[in-house]
Design a protein around this ligand. Structure first.
Ligand SMILES: *Cc1c(COP(=O)(O)O)cnc(C)c1O
Length: 229
């Protein structure tokens, strides 16, 4: 099931790229495996997936030792400062940085472990109360502040678009994030690069790709519905 779903998602990515005149190799598909058991991740791994997304520190630390070492783990959920230390040397990208205090903690833990950590700044593009992330207008300033911290490197932006029935409704938000990234990229801030745009989930990843996403985070479309017990 996972294998077939992955093939379907990869095919959709290819079609979205064709429509937008993009190369599918520009897109990283992140298999969002939160709440799913290790055997399902192994199935995705066997089908070629090397990028996995989790939203809880506990799940990353549980699954990490049980799976192959060449997996790139993506922390995509809200991250509490007191838990940074548990994942700092396990994740390849933290997508959900939305405050200077969190970035400072990542920097200091990275220094302790002598690693370098890549991060994305999470933007709450629609200004939804229920969502984490920083406002579009505050993003440049936060990135300037983060840029001077040692051992952390800003690689781009992440957003979670509103939950909508019609993915077209999110097209404008994806476009806004892309424009914001281009504007910030033009500032040529030291230690900042805006090459990654993490946007698009099961319901809207094709539209996100058409609007410039370089990472899409797909859970349900690969692993099926989640049960929260
Ligand atoms: C759960 C989650 C996803 C995947 O959602 P699906 O709709 O199941 O594809 C993507 N991004 C984040 C941040 C998530 O928490």
């Amino acid at each position: 099931m996972v294998k077939e779903n992955l093939a379907q998602v990869r095919d959709n990515i290819k079609r979205a790229c064709e429509k937008a005149g993009r190369n599918p190799e520009e897109i990283t598909l992140i298999s969002v495996s939160k709440t799913k058991p290790v055997p399902m991740l192994e199935e995705a791994y066997a089908a070629g997936s090397r990028d996995f997304g989790e939203n809880k520190v506990q799940e990353i630390t549980d699954k990490y030792p049980q799976l192959p070492e060449d997996i790139r783990w993506h922390m995509i959920g809200h991250l509490q400062r007191n838990k940074v230390k548990y994942i700092i040397d396990k994740v390849s990208l933290i997508h959900s940085v939305d405050s200077l205090r969190l970035a400072q903690e990542i920097s200091s833990q990275a220094q302790k472990k002598q690693v370098d950590v890549d991060i994305l700044v999470e933007v709450n593009v629609a200004g939804e109360e229920s969502k984490f992330g920083i406002a579009c207008e505050e993003t440049l300033q936060l990135i300037e502040e983060i840029s001077i911290l040692p051992h952390v490197h800003v690689k781009g932006l992440m957003t979670i678009a509103p939950f909508v029935a019609n993915p077209e409704d999110n097209r404008e938000y994806f476009r806004q994030i892309r424009e914001l990234a281009v504007d910030i990229g033009r500032k040529n801030i030291d230690n900042v690069n805006m090459s990654v745009l993490s946007m698009g989930m099961t319901g809207d990843y094709m539209v996100a790709i058409e609007e410039g996403a370089t990472m899409v985070r797909v859970g349900t479309g690969i692993f099926g519905e989640r049960n929260y017990g």
